[in-house]
Design a protein around this ligand. Structure first.
Ligand SMILES: Cc1cc2nc3c(=O)[nH]c(=O)nc-3n(C[C@H](O)[C@H](O)[C@H](O)COP(=O)(O)O)c2cc1C
Length: 182
């Protein structure tokens, strides 16, 4: 499978088969994430993989209740990956104060997408989940404050592919050579 094919075929998957995901496949995704670049090579990402059904169900119940019910589809995924940042005082404060950029969010985004693309290569479906109850998850799992909860990924074998065509802006509206044309 070429990189181009992986990028072209990846879609957010919101329907999963109950079939468990092999740990080796998750490990390959984590290894791909581990190799991601990060500002100052701080590597702020931390991953909590939840594939134990009881734990995952308890987390899903807390994470996707109330106003977060739109993300409830993710409860059917056999694996949830909680992505957290362990902030580096220098890199993160300097970046935020001087540059106005939260580099750790970029870092986690890059690492997360490495994970997602490796999952795609192995026939797995994923969906980024930004909309979930961070506070309730922190409380349930007793996660110390030094970790900033950022996002989740749902992972599993796809039960179906999205029917809606991929909606993307045209290249001429988002990218230019040498001169901004907007
Ligand atoms: C940072 C981030 C957060 C997202 N959060 C959610 C979410 O909470 N729920 C959801 O259903 N999809 C979520 N998505 C998936 C996007 O809706 C999806 O990537 C987008 O609609 C494009 O569709 P595609 O991934 O199939 O190409 C998120 C994606 C990203 C990158």
């Amino acid at each position: 499978m070429t990189l181009d094919h992986i990028i072209q075929s990846r879609r957010s998957i919101r329907r999963y088969l109950p079939q468990p995901v092999e740990r080796e496949k998750i490990m390959a995704c984590l290894e791909a994430a581990r190799l991601a670049p990060s500002a100052e090579n701080v590597q702020p990402w931390r991953f909590l993989v939840m594939d134990e059904p009881d734990l995952k169900d308890r987390v899903a119940r807390e994470a996707f209740s109330g106003i977060y019910a739109a993300s409830r589809f993710a409860a059917a995924a056999p694996v949830l990956v909680l992505m957290m940042a362990r902030l580096d005082i220098l890199a993160n404060n300097l970046g935020r104060l001087v540059q106005g950029t939260q580099f750790y969010l970029l870092d986690l985004g890059i690492a997360g997408e490495h994970f997602v693309l490796k999952a795609e290569e192995q026939g797995l479906g994923t969906c980024w989940i930004g909309w979930f109850n961070l506070r309730a998850v922190r409380k349930l799992l007793d996660i110390p404050k030094k970790y900033r909860l950022v996002t989740m990924l749902s992972v599993g074998y796809p039960a179906s592919q999205p029917v809606k065509p991929r909606a993307r802006k045209e290249l001429q509206n988002i990218a230019w050579f040498n001169q901004l044309e907007d």
